[in-house]
Every structure is written in structure tokens, then in C-alpha cells.
Ligand binder design. Sequence first.
Ligand SMILES: O=C(O)CCC(=O)C(=O)O
Ligand SMILES: [Fe+2]
Length: 362
Amino acid sequence: MAELWSAISAALPVTEAEFPLDFSEKVEPCVVDVLQRCRQQLYTGREKLNTGTWRDVDKEWRCLYSYGCLFKVAALCRDDASPATVQEAIRTCDLGLLMGAAIMDNILQTFVRILQNEMGKSHSNEEDPSEGVSAKCLWSSRLWQYQGCPSLESFKKDYLDPQKPVILEGIIDHWPAFKKHPWSPLPLPSHSPLDTSTLLTINEFIDRYIVVKDASSLGYLAQHQLIDQVPELKDDIRIPDYCCLGEGDEDDITINAWFGPGGTVSPLHQDPQQNFLAQVSGWKYIRLYSPEDTEKLYPPQLQLLHNTSQVESPDVVRFPEFVKAPYLECVLQPGEVLFIPVKHWHYVRSLELSFSVSFWWS
Ligand SMILES: O=C(O)CCC(=O)C(=O)O
Ligand SMILES: [Fe+2]
């Protein structure tokens, strides 16, 4: 662990004089004074630092929070850090990244890389992480499928222009998420109860929800801009080339992560942009309805159709038209990408622990 401290301290400026702590008068001198004393401790002392509570105010205060996290991580890693302490340091960085602001070339991100590397060393002798993945579902109602990846022209002509959904295969196989360092679920600690309004780091979300057995308390990290929050993940995925057929810039593409255990449901809804829903891990059952059939879906009462049984076997008496609406269904597998044309209604249920990435574009 002395090695860990060497790595952490190597990421810091070499001398105290090179360590920036520039705040305007918005931050009271006594607070800056505390930071300065912490900085001094970092270079000379051995004291641990406690950070204060974060408040959603000015960017400068968020920077301040990040500095607090930085000092805390440094203090945690300074002496022999146990795996639990390294976890605590990662959690501290996560909180800094989540609630603070990028400081010193996003040093908390650098710390996370170092700390994850350290965790990797202690995990490497443990059992195969993919062992926890549940058996594949045998559902096979794959009514439609495109075998292969069409050229840009044929995708435009056959699917984009006529707004026809399709499953594309072989367009994300090259993602590092599959090849270089495949994303896979890790064995995880057990569930503990949670107040719904609690702010969670990604790790806490995983700890609390991903291994939940009780269907009534499933957690779903849905429509989460994870990629913006953890920029390293962006290196593991690629924006599908077909998005260039849209009129918007690449910067206008919204990338969302969808991560949860089997059984999570995204109720029937439509989105205002074209969508490529890319399945990275696990299987997902998806149902699609055309916008032309919107009135059969009882839009004002959609909340009544939210739960699984009502969409998959609707109440014929209450929703007689709903059962008449034609739909497409599929089970999306890892490596497949579903094109959901703009405004197409979709209902999604994960069949097992699942990770998907969606690209909303236009
Ligand atoms: O995968 C899901 O649960 C829902 C995905 C979705 O609604 C979307 O990508 O727009
Ligand atoms: Fe959606």
C-alpha cells in the first residue's frame, strides 16, 4: 500500500507551492485558511481530513467540495490502506465527481483510475466475476431481425425514411465494452433498505439494488447520463455511424445508460428523438407500437398500463382497443442494437441483470 500512496502522491503537484488554491472573496478567508492548512498537512503532516456538507451553490463552492474530497482521498491512501479503505477512497472520488467540479485537470478521475487499479490487484485472485450472471431466458419471439449491418444508404432507405424499427447486429461488436476490457457484472455485497430520495453513487446503487431478490424493491438506474459522469466509459463505447444521417451535431446526441437487475420495467412511452438502444449485457424484452396506433393505447390513461401485467396482458374490458393495437416484440441480446424510430411507443422489461446504452439523435 506504500505503492498506492506513491501513486496518489505522484498525481499531486510535487511541492506545496505548486498546489493551486485560488478562490475569490466569495469563499470566506477562514475556509481558504482551512484548505491551506490541509494542503500543508498533505506535504508535511499526517492528519486526516473531514469534509463538510455539500450545498448546491456556486461553482466555486463545488470546487471547494472537490478539494475536500481530494484531501480525504490523499489522507485515506497515505498509510497502509486496506481494501475497505480503498473502496472508501473510490466512494469519496465518486462523490467529488458527482457533486463537485473538475479541479486540477480532473484529478479525482485520475485518482479513480489509480484506485481501481489497486482494487483490481486484490480482486484478481477471486472467483470468476461472470459467475453471478443468471441463466438466459428462453423467450424466442423474435419476429423480425436484420442479419448484419446495412450500409448507410440502405439503412436510410429501408428503415430511417420509412420509420421502420429494426435490430442491427454486428455494429457494436468492436466496442471496447465487449473486447478490450469487457463490462461484466461483479459479485456484489447484499442489499440494505434505502430512502427513495437518497443520493447514491453508482457503486452504492449497485450494492443496494443489483443483487435484490425481492421484486417489490427493484432499483433501476434508468435514463442516466452515466457517460458524462464517468467519462472513461465513453472510451468503451462508440456512437453508431448511422447517427450521421441525422441533421444534428454529434454534441446533440444524448447518451443514456440503463442499468438494473432482471424484472425492471420501463413503462410504455415515446421519446422525441430517434433512438439506437444498444444492449451491452443481459437480455431485454421489448414491445413497440407505431405512433399511428396512438389512440388505441389510451394515452391519457397510460399510467394505468404501467405495470407489467397490464401491458403484456391488458384488461380487455377496460382497454378493448389496446388489445387490437398491432405491435412488434423482440428479445434484445448483448451485441444487438434496436432502432426505435422517433415517437414509436416502447415498453421494456429486463429479463436479467442488464446494461444498455441508448443514443437519442435527430
Ligand atoms: O431500456 C429501457 O428500460 C428503456 C430504454 C428507453 O426507453 C430508451 O432508450 O428510450
Ligand atoms: Fe424511451
